[in-house]
Design a protein around this ligand. Structure first.
Ligand code: 5AD
Ligand code: SF4
Length: 481
């Protein structure tokens, strides 16, 4: 899964084509969009589909019938970019068969490589950075006149707040809603501040309206997305002037409360939290509302304070453990997940060992684990040497993964015997005889399909587990209000 660190998208869905809800007044042209990386990218593709739908494009899942192919890319690690280049290789033959086919690169790779991507990948016609999607219809038109088209301008205020995203292939139950764009943190390993620009928050009224619309259409879960949701801050007064006072400011805790009021039957999730900014008032709001899921994604990156300092994360091991203690105290039984990087610049065996002991102290429900991958232009590339060999990075990563696998199993075993409220997402991946859904903690639970439907809430008794999944049976269907 993603960029930055929005929760990443299920590996099986990476690259998958997105499907547009029926469009009328079409121009007969078809758009095929493929997304890589984080939830924010998948959410942006829905904005792109909406912008193109206004021009009459309908989307297709079949790349062979497309007039325009847009690849929404990720730059977070080198292998994310390699994957996109391999995919572009596959598209070469299609372009040969249909020279009018427009191929565009969107997202972080477009922003990072800009025009040079046109020289490197000859078949690409169009490059659009994350803040340039409103310009896509013009860019496509420009390509129609035989030119290459590029817009990689970053904006200080673009949030696409007024665009109602076309929901793509999430089964009609759960949707992403972006609340901030960009990031001002400058973690030294991270390319995101360069590819997505300065942090800006979206008007809370438009966020609540979007969540209400989703609920009215039958959605039962929203995930509020931002690179660092805790720094969400809107300070526009009703008169429209910017004024920074407590009365005129909406912070993340307040925004979450506003979204929780849309309906007690709309579950609210959010991602990603930053340990340096996660405040107790957010935790208190979580504890207050049953429909705000007890789940926090809190990337730690390393368990060693000196490494955290080199990473420019703005907190120490002790601070992080204090935040974990606050979560456990204020939101008992909260699911906690994290991101970890192995083999950052200069990481010693002892520093790596601190990551392992932190894992033991916290026992995370879930973790995304990566080898450090140096990214051009980042602070780490300029200041430090990427001096840990691939072999050692791999060995350390394997130790982290093995420990986390044991911990996930322990966390799942603790849930066996419990009865959990589950929102049904659809059939299980492996069998049409089973349905699946998540509990508040975000654990996936699989159970016999019975007469149940996606979008329904059921109480499920958990009967057994693996380190990845819980198995159970429905003991009660929840009444709707
Ligand atoms: N190398 C490895 N992992 C990285 N991440 C971000 N940048 C890098 C990098 N250069 C990881 C972090 C972040 C997650 C989305 O990706 O753990 O939280
Ligand atoms: Fe997340 Fe830090 Fe990258 Fe911002 S700079 S996206 S906080 S890892």
């Amino acid at each position: 899964m993603t960029s930055e660190h929005n929760k990443e998208i299920d590996e099986s869905k990476q690259g998958e084509a997105v499907l547009l809800e029926g469009t009328s007044n079409g121009n007969g042209k078809k758009l095929y969009v493929e997304s890589y990386g984080c939830a924010m990218n998948f959410s942006d593709s829905e904005v792109v589909a909406s912008i193109m739908a206004k021009e009459g494009y309908s989307t297709t899942r079949n790349v062979d019938e497309a007039d325009v192919v847009l690849i929404n890319t990720c730059s977070i690690r080198e292998n994310a970019e390699t994957r996109v280049r391999t995919r572009l290789g596959d598209l070469k033959q299609k372009k040969k068969n249909n020279p009018d086919l427009v191929i565009g690169i969107l997202g972080c790779m477009a922003e990072r490589l800009k025009k040079s991507l046109l020289d490197e990948e000859k078949l690409v016609d169009l490059i659009a950075g994350p803040d340039a999607y409103r310009d896509l219809p013009n860019l496509v038109e420009e390509v129609g006149t035989g030119q290459k088209a590029v817009n990689v301008l970053l904006s200080r205020d673009e949030t696409y707040a007024d665009i109602s995203p076309v929901r793509l292939d999430q089964g009609g139950v759960s949707a992403f809603v972006s609340i901030t764009r960009g990031c001002d943190n400058m973690c030294s390993f991270c390319v995101v501040p360069f590819t997505r620009g300065r942090e800006r928050s979206r008007d809370p009224k438009t966020i609540v309206q979007e969540c209400q619309d989703l609920f009215d259409k039958g959605y039962r879960e929203v995930t509020l997305l931002g690179q660092n949701v805790d720094s969400y801050r809107w300070n526009l007064t009703s008169k429209g002037e910017i004024k920074d006072s407590a009365e005129s400011t909406t912070n993340f805790a307040e925004l979450m409360e506003m979204v929780a009021h849309v309906s007690p039957e709309l579950r609210v999730r959010f991602s990603t939290s930053h340990p340096k900014d996660m405040t107790d008032d957010v935790l208190e709001v979580m504890a207050k509302y049953e429909n705000i899921c007890s789940n926090i994604h809190l990337p730690v990156q390393s368990g060693n304070s000196a490494v955290l300092e080199r990473m420019n994360r703005g907190y120490s091991r002790e601070w992080y453990l204090n935040r974990i203690e606050a979560i456990r105290r204020i939101v008992p039984n909260c699911g906690i997940s994290t991101d970890i990087i192995s083999g950052f610049c200069g990481e010693t065996d002892e520093e790596h060992n601190d990551t392992l002991t932190l894992l033991d102290e916290v026992v995370f429900d879930f973790a995304y684990m990566y080898k450090y991958s140096e990214r051009p232009k980042t602070l780490a590339e300029r200041r430090f040497t990427d001096d840990i060999s691939e072999e050692i990075k791999g060995k350390r990563l394997a130790e982290i993964v093995e420990k986390q696998r044991e911990h996930a199993h322990i966390c799942n075993l603790k849930q066996v015997g419990q009865i959990e409220k589950v929102l049904i997402e659809g059939f299980s991946k492996k069998s049409q005889e089973h349905m699946c859904g998540r509990n508040g903690k975000n654990s996936m639970i699989v159970f016999p399909k019975g007469d149940f439907n996606k979008g329904q809430y059921v109480m499920v008794k958990i009967t057994s587990c693996t380190s990845a999944t819980l198995l159970g049976e429905v003991v009660e269907v929840c009444a709707t209000h």
